[in-house]
Design a protein around this ligand. Sequence first.
Ligand SMILES: Nc1nc2c(ncn2[C@@H]2O[C@H](COP(=O)(O)OP(=O)(O)OP(=O)(O)O)[C@@H](O)[C@H]2O)c(=O)[nH]1
Ligand SMILES: [Mg+2]
Length: 476
Amino acid sequence: MDAPPNGYPLLRSSAEQLLDEVAALLGLHGAIVIDEFRSALRRPAVIAVSGRVNTGKSTLVNSLISAKRAPTSAQETTALICCYAYGAPDRAEAALDSGEVIPIPLTPSGPAIGNAQQGAIDYLRVYVQAAALQLVTIIDTPGLGSAATGNSARTEYRLLGHQGPQPGADALLYLIRDSFRPDDEDFVSRFRARHGNGPAGGPVPVIGLVAHADNHDGGPWHSAEPVDMAKRAAAELARRMPQLTAVLPVSGLLAETVRTGALREQDVRNLRLLQGADEMRLQFAEHLGPPPGVAKEDFRRLTALIGSYGVRYGREHCGSAAELADWLYERSGLAELERALQNAVTGPAESVRVEEMLAGLMAAARSQSWPPEVRRLIESARHAPAFHRLQEEAALALLRSSAPGHELVAVLEGLRQADWWPPAVSPEAPERSGYLELASHYQAVAGSASTGAEARAARVIARSLFIRSGAARNPA
Ligand SMILES: Nc1nc2c(ncn2[C@@H]2O[C@H](COP(=O)(O)OP(=O)(O)OP(=O)(O)O)[C@@H](O)[C@H]2O)c(=O)[nH]1
Ligand SMILES: [Mg+2]
């Protein structure tokens, strides 16, 4: 995932900086305890990916970790739960039922386990040096609903029943192919019951994904645009299943291709050569041969990378490799999914980690009698603008729990984006005076608020706008 465009990276780096400053004041004396705070702060959120066999879980996992590490195929593929975590060098290990952890080979087609070992393995762990994994650990799972292999039972046992520390999850991505059946619903409810609260304080987030969006509703050769149809299906499912945090369409195939950098310049040139081609010819290229100018193997490669959907619709967006990549990122649903994860999982998890770090530092300062200047440093950090995100998150959680539909909830959610501006007064580039005016509006709202949660939310929003006014341009 790219660095999110809002206050979270600032929060994280400010927290790291505070630890550096405290460490410098404490010297060797505090090195061990500060290292512990640092690793707790860096602990990634854990996201599990589940759904029926062949829904595209591992393909989506590859796109989320920006590397083709999870094996995928048209057959039933994933046999063991596999955690993808940040680490260098790239490597794999197997956690055995006995508790022992052993290194195993990591090949280009994934972690290699001998058949003989499989029965004794509890789960696999793959370390990948991908920036996205600094924020999240992703758990790929064997598909549900497979009667043949017993792998489904393993997923259910691990994600729903087992109480041990590994692998717990802060969120679930649940892929749906055709319809959301009663046993899918049952799995999601049991997952929620098992995992309690999520990082934002409410129930653990479960995001439903209408998978294979590029092939939705008859696929790309029908008259309706499949991704648009998948969007409609997602909206309909969201209405029917309010317990899902969000429902989004996703094409793991397009997402994997764009995120793993699999497209070459030559693929983009080949796609461009298809721009004027007859659609019948494209649809039946396997039998009729591809349109003139494009070799059969190049056409096959293109179809394997971006599907028939990408071939049909991507032709209008392939002026350059960058243009095609942007289009794929958006149409794959990955852009929206990453925003949803940022809002529901990684952003709130970051706030919780920083909150815990500040509380832990204060407690350590008291119990270990750290010098007064260290205590002052920690206390003043809590009120510094760089840590104001924490106030926004706390005010949001409080207002959501008492009045989820309140208009200030949307304002606090919007503030998670650095360039957000309330829709009613949206100028192209807000000026300093605009921020200040709006800040005083929310100050007035706080004064006339009817509940404590509303007053706190309005006060926090006023300060957020005041802080932003410092970064805004002054009128000429
Ligand atoms: N067209 C299209 N094909 C996809 C998409 N996602 C996955 N596939 C293909 O579907 C097949 C199954 O994908 P996997 O990612 O292995 O599915 P899985 O859910 O991990 O399967 P199991 O591990 O067996 O449960 C592969 O051939 C993928 O290339 C998608 O969004 N669109
Ligand atoms: Mg799989």
